[in-house]
Design a protein around this ligand. Structure first.
Ligand code: SAM
Length: 218
């Protein structure tokens, strides 16, 4: 399963940013900025962008707080090639989020956009996030939110657009299935609490179709 997902992201890496713009009508940058702004990152913080893909969240963090030390982690070498090209001021490591070589209490903030959904071993990953966060450190999780009538229409639009622009829907069928199988935002918050995190806040956007949650390591 893990290799299948890694191969999928390696395969779509060249089209990833282009398709994100298409399927979100350019709104993914706005959504990511809103989520990062909510964290109120302190200058000089050490931040991990986990499952960083092509590096959008890290880039936004560097823009808002240039003095932060940002590290990006992903297990797809092809996604990382693009991230490195786009963000020469960020250090990238090719690693699996379920087993991270960082010391405990290393980061002030950990951000994760559209990543946890792809990881079968969620508790193991959250255990790693908890371990390497500093006390009072914050974890931002961003992904699709609730399923509703609108998200059902959106799923069909994603498949239509991927057929139109990629002539292939396989990878984007996976996106739709994984997003619909994923936990609801309220269930995610329970999962985070089960993994010892303290709830700070969450925000639902675009008719609940997008959601982010901010949790703290006490
Ligand atoms: C949908 S992309 C999100 C990328 C980026 N965070 C964004 O918001 O655009 C998911 C990323 O998670 C990575 N990923 C999935 N499972 C992973 C794992 N177990 N360890 C590290 N990275 C993983 C994939 O390679 C992919 O780049």
């Amino acid at each position: 399963m893990t290799n299948k997902i890694k191969n999928l992201f390696n395969r779509i890496s060249n089209k990833y940013d282009f398709m994100n713009n298409i399927i979100s009508f350019g709104l993914h940058n706005f959504i990511k900025r809103e989520a990062i702004k909510s964290l109120k990152i302190e200058p000089g913080s050490k931040v991990l962008d986990l499952c960083c893909g092509t590096g959008d969240l890290g880039r936004i963090i560097k823009k808002i707080q240039p003095t932060c030390d940002v590290i990006g982690v992903d297990f797809s070498s092809e996604m990382l090639k693009i991230a490195r090209r786009k963000n020469p001021n960020i250090t990238y490591w090719e690693l699996d989020a379920t087993s991270l070589p960082f010391e405990k209490n290393s980061f002030n903030y950990i951000v994760m956009g559209f990543g946890l959904r792809n990881i079968p071993e969620k508790n193991k990953t959250l255990g790693e996030i908890y371990r390497i966060l500093k006390n009072n450190g914050e974890f931002l999780h961003l992904d699709f939110g609730e399923q509703n009538h609108l998200s059902f229409l959106y799923d069909n639009l994603i498949l239509f657009l991927s057929r139109l622009f990629l002539k292939n829907t396989k990878e984007y069928k996976y996106l739709v299935i994984s997003k619909n199988r994923f936990l609801k935002p309220s269930e995610l918050i329970e999962l985070f609490k089960f993994n010892r995190f303290e709830y700070i806040k969450h925000k639902n956007m675009f008719w609940n179709m997008i959601s982010f949650q901010i949790m703290r390591k006490p």
